[in-house]
Design a protein around this ligand. Structure first.
Ligand code: GRG
Length: 294
């Protein structure tokens, strides 16, 4: 399996779908639509939508449902990046290799572009066509919960802010990232499986895969923050150490964090193999997550 080729092919499909779903630059009020598109099309690996598609394909889900649902995840992810970069949060000026949304469009429009992407994600989820309305209702609930506060995106961000400058234990760090990074990754896998009609034991196995892969992604992110350049990452490297944030590398060292990422990757693959279907692509994505260079 050439995973780079797989990512390239799926990213093209997702970008075409995002282009269809997002209001055109020329729609009034133009500034907000330009800002939304600027951040969404600035680049990005499209990891969350690709995870949803790969999980869906394991169970034979169709593109009619997978593409809009997967694209809604990228809208939410991009909203979280725009807000995370704001002066009131991480105060960063580089994202996806370009000036951040607030640097380019001003703070007020950047806040609204984040809000608008989150809202547009739920417009997309409410409106996509399907012959499986019960699966659709479940998918909307899953995405809403992952974006909310309890063991979820916003809650994780709050824990992260509150932990700044304080000593943090391994368990506390895991709590932060289970919400901040892990919830959307876990949700991506689950909604792909739900769209494909996975049964409860298949869903449980892939949930474990999603949790392990989500944590592995964060450990790899912390390693890259220490070992890669800003050019390679498209965002400011070394930011965590500079702002005295607890990370997997500050807690366990580079060697310990690398071992942890590899262990989580093996556990993710083992969980995927509990599903009696072809999970080769998910296994390759787990490896990609820990071996990636950006
Ligand atoms: C503001 C509600 C709110 C949440 C912010 C996503 C997030 C939570 C913060 C981003 C800060 C950060 C660097 C987190 C580490 C993990 C992460 C989400 C990295 C960026 O994701 P990638 O590598 O980015 O998938 P691309 O650009 O490839 O999509």
């Amino acid at each position: 399996m050439d995973i780079k080729q797989y990512f390239k092919r799926k990213a093209e499909l997702i970008d075409a779908e995002l282009n269809r779903l997002l209001p055109a630059d020329s729609e009034t009020p133009q500034t907000i639509h330009q800002a939304m598109r600027y951040s969404v099309f600035a680049g990005g690996k499209r990891l969350r939508p690709i995870l949803a598609i790969a999980a869906g394909e394991v169970f034979g889900a169709g593109e009619r449902e997978l593409l809009p649902v997967a694209s809604s995840l990228e809208m939410i992810h991009t909203y979280s990046l725009i807000h995370d970069d704001l002066p009131a949060m991480d105060n960063d000026d580089l994202r996806r290799g370009l000036p951040t949304c607030h640097v380019k469009f001003g703070e007020a429009i950047a806040i609204l572009a984040g809000d608008a992407l989150l809202t547009q994600a739920f417009v997309t989820l409410a409106d996509y066509e399907t012959s499986y309305p019960e699966r659709k209702a479940r998918v909307i609930s899953e995405v809403a919960r992952a974006s909310a506060t309890k063991n979820a995106l916003i809650g994780g961000q709050v824990l992260d802010i509150q932990a700044e400058g304080k000593p943090v234990t391994g368990a506390e760090l895991e709590d932060i990232h289970r919400g901040k990074t892990g919830a959307l990754i876990r949700c991506s896998i689950r909604i792909g499986a739900i769209l494909g009609g996975a049964n409860e034991s298949e869903l449980a196995a892939l949930t474990v895969y999603g949790e392990k892969a989500g944590l592995a992604f964060q450990v790899a992110d912390d390693l890259l923050d220490e070992t890669a350049t800003s050019e390679e990452l498209g965002k400011t490297a070394g930011k965590d150490a500079a702002s005295h944030k607890a990370t997997y590398t500050s807690l366990y060292g580079i060697h310990g964090a690398r071992e942890m990422a590899e262990r989580l990757c093996r556990e993710a693959i083992a969980a995927a193999r509990n599903v009696e279907r072809n999970t080769e692509v998910l296994e390759s994505i787990a490896r990609f997550i820990v071996e990636r260079k950006s």
